[in-house]
Structure formats: structure tokens, C-alpha cells
Design a protein around this ligand. Structure first.
Ligand SMILES: [Zn+2]
Length: 202
């Protein structure tokens, strides 16, 4: 199985940082993508970066890249994980919402849903859900807007998007920038991805 790691936004995406500018989402997600890819490769998994660039790569381009690999390999032999930090406001101030959540597209396949539920399991095990409730499906969809999540909707392969804590919650930012935070969230991703690969190869 090929695991595509998408690091979301680029250096030129507006906003997307903590109120004190200690954490920039694009930078944090790239560092996390590097840790996850390295750990997966060390375990013998064919893990690849969807976006090696620092700059913003439009969703359409990212979807085309993923789908061209799906065409070569077969969509069920590919998994896409898009890494982000959540935010509850866009007003440059701190907020209370905290914790990890994982999203699927509204049109998600059963494989995407199974994979997402593994991410919730791994986050729960590590006490990383903060004050997020867990929907009974064990994942979230973009239910508060009519729009869907472009990278998930357009990709032919199973795909999930992780919102790793809140960039506008001070305790979450402290955690995200700590060695323990980086390790726990990397382990969460690797653990869920390995469980998914295992579930598909039995
Ligand atoms: Zn994001």
C-alpha cells in the first residue's frame, strides 16, 4: 500500500497561525509529515509526500497527483492522510476548543470511515481528544457548511483529514510545539495507519 501524506497549506496561506505567531500551521504540518513519513518508511511502509513544496499547492493539483497514483496502483492500494491544525476562531485571539479530531468527506467510502475510526481510537488511547465530543460514527464530516473537504472529496482513494489540536488554544499550542506533543501525534498517525494497512491485508 502507498501512503500519501498531505501537509495541507503552504507558506503563503493567509492566517493559519496561533495568536502569538509561535505556531504556523503550514510549518507544523510539514514537520509532522516529515516525522510520520520517516517513521512509516523505517517500518517498511511506502510513504510519500503529496506536497514536497513549501508553497501553497492548489487542492485541484493535489487531487490530480493523488489520483494519478491511484490510476497506476489501484485506488484501494492507496491511502491519503491530510495533516492540519484546527482553529475555532479566525480573529487572532485565544479560544477554549481543544483536542484532536478526524474528518471524512460526505461521500466517504467505508474504507475511509474505518481508517478514520482508527485515528479516533489512537487519539482516545493517548488522551488527545481535549474537549472534542466524539460523534457516534467515530469521525467528523464538514457538517456546518454546504461545502465538502476538497482534498477528501476529489481523491479516488480512501482519505482522511486530521485536525491536530487547536492553533488558537494556548495549552494545545504549547503541547503541539513540545517534544512530547510531536511524538504523541506522530505515533497516533503511525498507529492508525498501520492498523488500517493491517485491516486491508487480512
Ligand atoms: Zn488547515
Amino acid at each position: 500500500m502507498i501512503v500519501l501524506i498531505d501537509n495541507g497549506h503552504g507558506a503563503d496561506t493567509k492566517g493559519k497561525c496561533s495568536p502569538d505567531r509561535r505556531l504556523y500551521e503550514y510549518r507544523w504540518a510539514r514537520e509532522m509529515a516529515r516525522l510520520v513519513v520517516n517513521q512509516l518508511r523505517a517500518l517498511g511502509v511506502d510513504a510519500r509526500y503529496l506536497v514536497p513544496e513549501e508553497a501553497d499547492v492548489p487542492i485541484g493539483t493535489r487531487v490530480r497527483r493523488a489520483n494519478s497514483i491511484c490510476t497506476q496502483t489501484g485506488a484501494s492500494n492507496v491511502l491519503l492522510v491530510s495533516i492540519h491544525n484546527n482553529a475555532s476562531g479566525a480573529d487572532g485571539t485565544w479560544h477554549n476548543a481543544s483536542g484532536f479530531s478526524v474528518f471524512c468527506s460526505k461521500n466517504a467510502s467505508s474504507r475511509s470511515k474505518i481508517c478514520a475510526s482508527f485515528f479516533t481510537d489512537e487519539a482516545e488511547r493517548r488522551h488527545l481528544l481535549g474537549n472534542r465530543s466524539v460523534p457516534k460514527e467515530r469521525f467528523w464530516t464538514w457538517s456546518w457548511t454546504k461545502a465538502d473537504i476538497g482534498i477528501l472529496k476529489g481523491s479516488k482513494c480512501p482519505a482522511v483529514l486530521t485536525e491536530n489540536m487547536f492553533q488558537d488554544n494556548k495549552a494545545d499550542v504549547d503541547f503541539l510545539l513540545s517534544g512530547k506533543g510531536m511524538k504523541d501525534i506522530c505515533d497516533l498517525h503511525v498507529g492508525a495507519i498501520l492498523k488500517y494497512i493491517d485491516s486491508q491485508t487480512k
